[in-house]
Design a protein around this ligand. Structure first.
Ligand code: GLA
Length: 661
């Protein structure tokens, strides 16, 4: 089952949002029907937080209210993305199964009153989740409104309770085989941590000082496997009664309690949620970062944006408003990169409850509002893009992304707190986005040979397989940039000996890092080419590589900072510090040039996003988004699907979807 069947069922791209009719009453439902028609809504996510209504007491189900909404939506031409409500167990569940509540690393058992108050490893929770998924699927598996199943919501909640400890031990036995092997893997010879029975082994709860890094990393892996197992149980329960595709909404980009590559493989359609953390151009770049990651997780297949905000940008302790036109620009930013439509959280802004102030498609002010008018315009625009369904996107640059590498930078006791995995990934993507090229993310052990350029921004942890894969990629003709602090530990968090990065990547790079020298917060170190580094520096020896820039101050003066090595038919670059923004942009431009990668649509100025979607039959569409305050002439006039006319210029802030040959 693929997204094709979803878009076939919808008759085009998806447009809509989370719909929580249980917060409202009959007159509002009637208005919802009319407004959904006006906004061209064709897909609504229903039931995400409805457990308390669907199962008011343990084992007693009440589907009558949901039947009515399902039938009403169907009659109104709106298909349903039907959720299992397992992210938010009701209060009766807490009282019946107090052992199934989550426990923090400090040992605090959390109580109901918010959401996500469950422990994934608690047997009572898992069976309750399977039961309700099964009951829903049995009732609605063949319902004509159901176009997609939405298991749970943004899996990720962690727990450190005794159920978790027991499950962790089972997982560790399977992974390591014996207690001796676990002791070896975790380096328990240090600090008197040697385990002599499995009962002594615990999740990484709060302890006196640094936690064991091997334990911390294994716990992340274990938890990820638990999430995937829990998802599969519900998915299989649904599949027993329904032939509609099943998904769970991934939360990107900074929330990583699961190996997204592994979870994505289990989904019939990869779906995700996106909420930027800064306004303006940064929000658009964030949408692209998110979309490129989701498409990559989907293996390049079409995917679907299941949530975004109409008017919300989270900026730490406040929400900022999106600018007029942003709803369309962000929506197209995702569709350009392969999303088969765009949905929002949520349809109607809550009048009470925890997310009263979260934006929605119909705001508190009602339909007579800027936000709803823009939403309706965007719905109309998406409705005109039906012919894009099933088309895909091709990227020529890959940025490497891996769960283990991310988790490795989250353990205690690292040499610098400024090694920020998510920031490094986003920065590499942003530099490429600014340069107008389309980016894929790839796992370091994937076949990379189709990419002329690969950037590895943060591979502190590098498995033997990945080191060999990167060596092979360069030898075969690829251009690779490896950035500072890469290849320092193996997949057990053991330090690489004899110099970093790990062999055989070191051989391909033609360098040897002898000493790491993290910089002080706010320290800048001058390089010989006029650029500056921050965060990190290294004492590096060139062993075959040419030095393109050297450190120009302090004890590292003259030591290589940026190197390039011809290896086999390719080139391997190493950057041993975090370059300043201008220096990094210049480096990326040089790499693109050397690798022969041109902007996706040549001839456009900076800040005009351009991505091409291609259909298997040769049809192509250029999706263009002008983030500039002035009009931008197009390289050549073309038919624009949004306006239905021939366009020769993009207005300020304007968008176009051009059909090309
Ligand atoms: C998440 C959730 C939604 C909602 C939004 C708010 O993505 O899935 O339930 O809480 O955040 O931004």
């Amino acid at each position: 089952m693929t997204t094709r069947s979803l878009t076939d069922r919808l008759g085009g791209l998806a447009f809509g949002g989370d719909y929580n009719p249980e917060q409202w009453d009959e007159p509002v439902w009637k208005e919802d029907d009319a407004l959904m028609r006006r906004a061209r809504v064709n897909l609504a996510t229903v039931g995400v937080f409805s457990w308390a209504l669907l199962e008011p007491d343990e084992g007693r189900y009440d589907f009558a209210w949901l039947d009515a909404h399902m039938n009403r939506l169907h009659a109104n031409g709106v298909a349903v993305d039907l959720a299992t409500p397992t992210a938010s167990p009701p209060p009766w569940f807490t009282l019946a199964h107090p052992d199934a509540l989550p426990v923090t690393p400090e040992g605090t058992r959390l109580i109901h009153g918010s959401r996500d108050t469950y422990c994934l490893t608690a047997p009572a929770y898992r069976s309750a989740a399977r039961r309700i998924a099964s009951a829903l699927a049995e009732r609605y598996g063949e319902h004509p409104a159901v176009a997609l199943w939405h298991v749970h919501n943004e899996y990720g909640t962690l727990c450190y309770c005794d159920h978790t400890a027991a499950a962790f031990r089972v997982w560790l036995r399977a992974r390591h085989g014996s207690l001796d092997a676990l002791n070896e893997a975790w380096g328990t010879a240090f600090w008197s941590q040697r385990y002599t029975s499995w009962e002594q082994v615990l999740p990484p709860r709060v302890t006196q000082w640094h936690k064991n890094p091997g334990q911390a990393l294994d716990f992340r892996r274990f938890w990820s496997d638990e999430i995937i197992a829990a998802y599969r149980e519900q998915r299989d329960a649904i599949r027993a009664h329904s032939d509609r595709p099943v998904t769970t909404n991934l939360m990107l980009p900074a929330y990583q309690n699961v190996d997204l590559w592994a979870l994505a493989r289990e989904l019939d359609v990869v779906t995700s949620d996106q909420y930027p953390s800064a306004p303006g151009l940064d929000a658009a770049a964030d949408a692209a970062f998110h979309a490129d990651r989701t498409r990559s997780l989907a293996g390049g297949h079409p995917w679907l944006l299941l949530e975004q905000g109409t008017n919300t940008v989270y900026d730490r302790d406040r929400v900022l408003a999106k600018e007029p036109g942003d709803i369309l620009r962000h929506t197209l930013g995702h569709i350009a990169r392969g999303s088969e439509g765009a949905l929002f959280f949520q349809w109607r802004q809550s009048r009470a409850g925890a997310e009263t102030w979260h934006s929605a498609m119909v705001p508190h002010a009602g339909p007579d509002s800027r936000v709803f008018r823009e939403v309706a315009q965007v719905g109309e625009a998406v409705a005109r893009l039906g012919e894009l369904a099933g088309s895909t996107v091709t990227a020529s640059v890959a940025v490497l992304h891996e769960a283990d590498a991310w988790w490795a930078l989250g353990v205690d006791g690292l040499p610098s707190a400024d090694l920020d995995y998510h920031a490094a990934l986003g920065r590499a993507h942003r530099a490429l986005w600014d340069a107008g090229v389309t980016v894929d993310f790839a796992h370091p052990e994937h076949d990379l040979s189709r990419f002329p350029l690969v950037i590895a921004p943060a591979l502190f942890l590098l498995s033997d397989g990945a080191a060999e894969n990167l060596r092979r990629y360069v030898a075969g003709g690829g251009t690779l940039l490896v950035q500072h602090a890469s290849g320092y530990v193996d997949d057990r968090m053991h330090a690489r000996l004899g110099g970093y990065p790990a062999e055989p990547l070191r051989e391909a790079l033609g360098i040897r890092v002898e000493e790491y020298r993290p910089l002080r917060r706010d320290e800048r170190i001058a390089l010989s080419d006029g650029t500056h580094g921050t965060v990190w520096s290294e004492s590096l020896r060139a062993e075959g590589a040419e030095t393109l820039a050297a450190y120009a101050e302090g004890m590292l003066t003259g030591s290589p900072a940026l190197t390039r090595h011809r290896f086999g038919s390719g080139k391997a670059w190493y950057l041993s510090t975090r370059l300043d923004d201008a220096g990094y942009a210049a480096l990326v431009a040089r790499l693109l040039d050397e690798a022969g990668v041109a902007p996706e649509v040549p001839g456009l100025p900076a800040q005009v996003e351009a991505v091409v979607r291609r259909a298997p039959d040769g049809r192509r569409w250029r999706v263009l988004i002008n983030h500039r305050p002035e009009p931008v002439p197009l390289p050549e006039p073309a038919h624009d699907l949004l306006t239905g006319s021939t366009l020769s210029e993009l207005p300020p802030g304007g968008c176009a979807v051009l059909r090309t040959t």
